[in-house]
Design a protein around this ligand. Structure first.
Ligand SMILES: Nc1ncnc2c1ncn2[C@@H]1O[C@H](COP(=O)(O)OP(=O)(O)O)[C@@H](O)[C@H]1O
Ligand SMILES: [Mg+2]
Length: 244
């Protein structure tokens, strides 16, 4: 297996709490890795540190064999990483379409500067909205969408980012089965395109359905790692959940 992302003894603490505690994991390229663990086990903190949203205290993060500290700013895109938030973050006062367009133009500001009528980015944005079934809502304020549609729009922004590595923090939380199916479909399409996906999720049926690899965290540490079916049958993993 080829690893696109590795952590070495990664540590992040808040006061006395070691949210991520000397964690060494490997994320295989081009497949879906599930990240599970009881509440408070450090999953969101790990996503925050991996995506550069917050800094680590100790340890290192390696992208395709290159230490993140050695990656130069203009090389960032090549090692690009996109994440979603457990709490949805959209521009509520902007239209659904503009929520996608801002991502596209931010990613290629030069093209945005030179294009005459925004036709290039507009075409891509409209295609993305069709893919996520929100095209009919393109002129609505993002703030007026239902919770499920907001989760979909967040996935639309992930598609617009077009990054190689995608970290999804509970994209299914609180969704009705129909919406779960849609988002599962989008994630499987991303995998088909060769993206590497890390999926934080509590629902084991979804994990079994989507994931090729599973990482279990407990109290900031690695508890188990391997094929989902094998890992979910392990006694220590069951105990971590039952002891919650
Ligand atoms: N910003 C923060 N300030 C203080 N403590 C935090 C902060 N973020 C997370 N924690 C603590 O770190 C631990 C891990 O939290 P978190 O990463 O959110 O876990 P999970 O996503 O697995 O539920 C918890 O004990 C939590 O209370
Ligand atoms: Mg969390």
């Amino acid at each position: 297996m080829k690893y696109i992302l590795e952590t070495k003894s990664l540590t992040k603490s808040f006061g006395g709490v070691h949210a991520v505690d000397h964690l060494s994991i490997n994320i295989p390229q081009g497949i879906i890795t599930g990240l599970v663990g009881p509440n408070g086990s450090g999953k969101t903190t790990l996503v925050n540190v991996l995506s550069g949203f917050s800094g680590e205290d100790e340890g290192s993060i390696v992208f395709s064999g290159v230490d993140r500290k050695k990656i130069l700013p203009w090389e960032n895109q090549a090692y690009g990483i996109t994440r979603t938030f457990q709490q949805i973050r959209l521009f509520d006062q902007m239209s659904v379409l503009d929520n996608i367009l801002v991502v596209l133009t931010e990613r290629s500001p030069l093209a945005a500067l030179f294009e005459r009528h925004g036709a290039y980015h507009l075409k891509i944005a409209e295609d993305i909205l069709k893919r996520i079934d929100l095209h009919e809502k393109k002129s609505h304020h993002a703030g007026d969408l239902s919770y499920g549609q907001r989760k979909l729009l967040e996935m639309g922004r992930v598609l617009a980012m077009n990054s190689n590595i995608i970290l999804l923090d509970e994209p299914f939380a609180g969704l009705f089965p129909e919406m779960v199916k849609k988002i599962e479909g989008i994630i499987l399409e991303l995998k088909k395109e060769g993206k590497t996906i890390v999926l934080v999720e509590h629902n084991m049926a979804i994990i079994r359905n989507l994931c090729d690899h599973l990482i279990v965290m407990d109290a900031g540490k690695l508890l188990a790692e391997g094929h989902p079916e094998k890992i979910l049958a392990e006694k220590s993993v069951l105990e971590a959940y039952l002891g919650e």
